[in-house]
Design a protein around this ligand. Sequence first.
Ligand SMILES: C[S@@+](CC[C@H](N)C(=O)[O-])C[C@H]1O[C@@H](n2cnc3c(N)ncnc32)[C@H](O)[C@@H]1O
Length: 356
Amino acid sequence: MNLNSLVILAILRNYSNRLLLYFDLKLLSKIKLIELSLQKEYDVFELGSKLGYLPYMIDRFIEMLGESETKELIKFNETTLPQSIRLNSLRNSFENSERLLKRKGIQLEKNTEFPESRAITKSPHPIGATPEYLNGFYMLQGKNSLYPPRILDPQEGELIGDFAAAPGGKTTHLAQLMNNKGVIIALEISANRCRSLKSNLSRMGVENTAVFQMDARNAKDFDLQFDKILLDVPCSGSGIIITDPTRKKSKSLKDILHYHDYQVSLLTTALNVLKTNGELVYCTCSLEPEENELVISDILKKADVKLSEIGVKGKPGITKFLDMDLEKNLTKTRRLYPHETNGEGFFIAKLVKNDE
Ligand SMILES: C[S@@+](CC[C@H](N)C(=O)[O-])C[C@H]1O[C@@H](n2cnc3c(N)ncnc32)[C@H](O)[C@@H]1O
């Protein structure tokens, strides 16, 4: 907390009733949150409600993490993640891009897991408005979203499907990992989002990708068999409350069940167009078991696929939720929680299609 906030807090304590009226409501709620998380030991439900969560969300976090870790998570969600970028070797070498950014006073910190990722530790300029950004030397991208393309591990000669592609953070990463060789078929249902996808592909110098505005559930119309598929499905987004606090309230349990059915249908059709022994990475930025382990569990029951180890940090997928016992091998999936990884929340699973 900086000096200004301390002074404001002191004033608030002394003259709260009279001065409250004069404060911008947004600033006020931010200050209240800081005070809340720093000074008082609240019961986890009370804290959740003060921070603006729907009660059902807290219930489920407790079911998955226990009370004390739920508190850690929801307090962490009130903090700000360090900005990070992915350097783009399709446009410039990492060294050159780093040199240009450093010359502008932008300070970067290397990431031990991904050679292409940098945290921004200081920037005198908005990082999304530099000439280097416009030239496609980097993408603004949270470090945890680099895992799914890295886990899919696309190779230069392969046919890759990206079946929920816009705005293209992961598509452009896949193209970079393939050195612009091979082919990516990027599917996106929304016309608006297709525009941002195309603009990112062009800015980042991607040349191996064909974009189709269509429902990925019709992917069989291509009559193609894909070597690998990335499926970064639409979801409730409870893993990204740290960057989008509206998600504390915007989704109901009914919405989550709707997402579950939609995700199962997307995954079912994607597996139908995957080659035998082909690999599929399924991911969400949700923490809800219905959108994660329960989707994979449904698929394991009806499709001829197996789960593969993905060997990244994070917690193993859960195998028990409410009164349900799930397949033990769901521990091969991964849950990346914000408070544990200092990044956005993700669920990741890798499936391999069995020989017929
Ligand atoms: C989580 S976002 C994908 C983010 C993207 N992979 C990235 O890294 O930038 C999910 C996307 O799937 C799209 N989508 C939803 N339903 C779809 C469908 N049936 N077929 C294709 N795309 C779909 C949404 O419009 C949204 O753009």
